[in-house]
Design a binder for this molecule. Structure first.
Ligand code: FES
Length: 381
């Protein structure tokens, strides 16, 4: 990259802004630069609804889990009344991380000097504070973070002024309504640490051009007909493919019955939405899987893959045995995507990299790059 380039100057992206068949790819610095990443955190991840998993991970009062999202430590808990809440995971005394991992508790007790907080975030006790002038415990509760849900999916938003999750999703819940996600359970979460930028992973997932090469030994054998992307009315893009059978199995394997409620397009194929910026679902005729990304820096990302089935399916006596066929498919195909993403990132690190061009089978890669630019550098000039 030339040192003279101002990476926040919209003019630097004039060729990315052209129609897809005339456009260039994003410059490599968008995937490698700490400055570009920091601006993405400020202008994207700190402003939007970020997916953080499923509510069925914490089914009972007092169940909690913790995570760090773009550097923000978070506690997610189900309170005594069964409400879901999220807090900054930071003690109001001197800032210590209150709790790590996941579990069940009646209250949160700081490991440093034992301040105790209720599940509703109230400060319940604070030892040796009786001589402290004007100390009002009611002013020192845990700092809440906005949390909203859609059919069992949990989202947090760090911007108090942002629109609701419902507005953000637009018509996506209607389009995917017949999957009946609220009646699903997540039966497995699997984490991967990826040495790549979050966009590398998203872009790969949202184009089918790579399937015959990257997945030649696995899901390439599935017959597929990729339809042009549907026009979204919300902060997402979506791919649809019409096919027979389940897309969560390898060819030749048999699995569970169909989701009983499916109607319309979901009954005849699979939907693959990307909810901006980085949440992806695979919705097929018998189950769904999610790809939850947590950016960790310009060249590091955590991937969590969640496998979700209708409760009725998960309660079948043969569930444990048959689900291994689904795990086999994911455990083969996902590492294939991970490996190619690492190779792409290593290539992008080259100081001699230069922008490329798109084929007609990568329209969403162009769309996603332009969405990122809209937020990071502003509208085209
Ligand atoms: Fe938590 Fe002191 S930092 S009690």
């Amino acid at each position: 990259m030339g040192t003279a380039v101002d990476i926040f100057d919209p003019k630097a992206y004039a060729k990315v802004r052209l129609p897809a068949m005339e456009a260039e790819t994003l410059p490599a610095w968008c995937y490698t630069s700490q400055d570009f990443y920091d601006r993405e955190v400020d202008r994207i991840f700190m402003k939007v609804w970020n997916f953080i998993g499923r509510a069925d991970r914490i089914p009972n009062a007092g169940d909690y889990f913790t995570l760090e999202f773009v550097g923000v430590p978070i506690i997610v808990v189900r309170d005594a009344m069964g409400e879901l809440r999220a807090y900054s995971n930071s003690c109001r005394h001197r800032g210590t991380l209150l709790v790590e991992g996941e579990g069940t508790c009646k209250a949160f007790k700081c490991p440093y000097h034992s301040w105790v907080y209720s599940l509703e975030g109230r400060l319940l006790s604070a030892p040796e504070m009786h001589l402290t002038q004007n100390f009002d415990p009611s002013q020192y509760g845990l700092v809440p973070i906005r949390l909203e849900t859609w059919d069992g999916f949990l989202f947090v938003n760090f911007d108090p002024d942002s629109n609701s999750l419902k507005d953000y999703l637009g018509d996506l819940p209607v389009k995917l309504d017949s999957y009946d996600f609220s009646q699903m359970v997540c039966v497995r979460r699997k984490e991967y640490e990826l040495p790549c930028n979050w966009k590398v992973y998203v872009e790969n997932a949202m184009e089918a051009l790579h399937v015959p090469t990257v997945h030649r030994r696995t899901i390439q054998k599935q017959k597929r007909e990729i339809n042009p992307p549907e026009r979204p009315d919300g902060e997402y893009v979506i791919l649809y493919t019409k096919h027979e059978g389940s897309r969560a199995l390898l060819e030749g394997d048999t699995g569970f019955p169909r989701i009983e409620t499916l109607v319309g397009r979901p009954a005849e194929g699979s939907y693959y939405p990307l909810l901006y910026p980085s949440t992806m679902f695979g919705c097929t005729i018998d189950c769904m899987w999610y790809l939850e990304l947590r950016p960790q820096g310009p060249t590091r990302t955590t991937l969590i893959v969640g496998s979700c089935f209708p409760k009725k399916t998960a309660e079948r006596p043969d569930f444990k045995e048959v689900v291994t066929r689904y795990y086999k498919r994911w455990d083969l195909s996902i590492p294939e995507d991970n490996a190619i993403s690492e190779l792409q990132q290593r290539g992008l690190q080259s100081p001699w990299g230069a922008p490329g061009r798109f084929s007609h089978l990568e329209p969403l890669v162009h769309t996603i790059g332009n969405w990122v630019l809209d937020h990071v550098v502003g509208p085209p000039v």
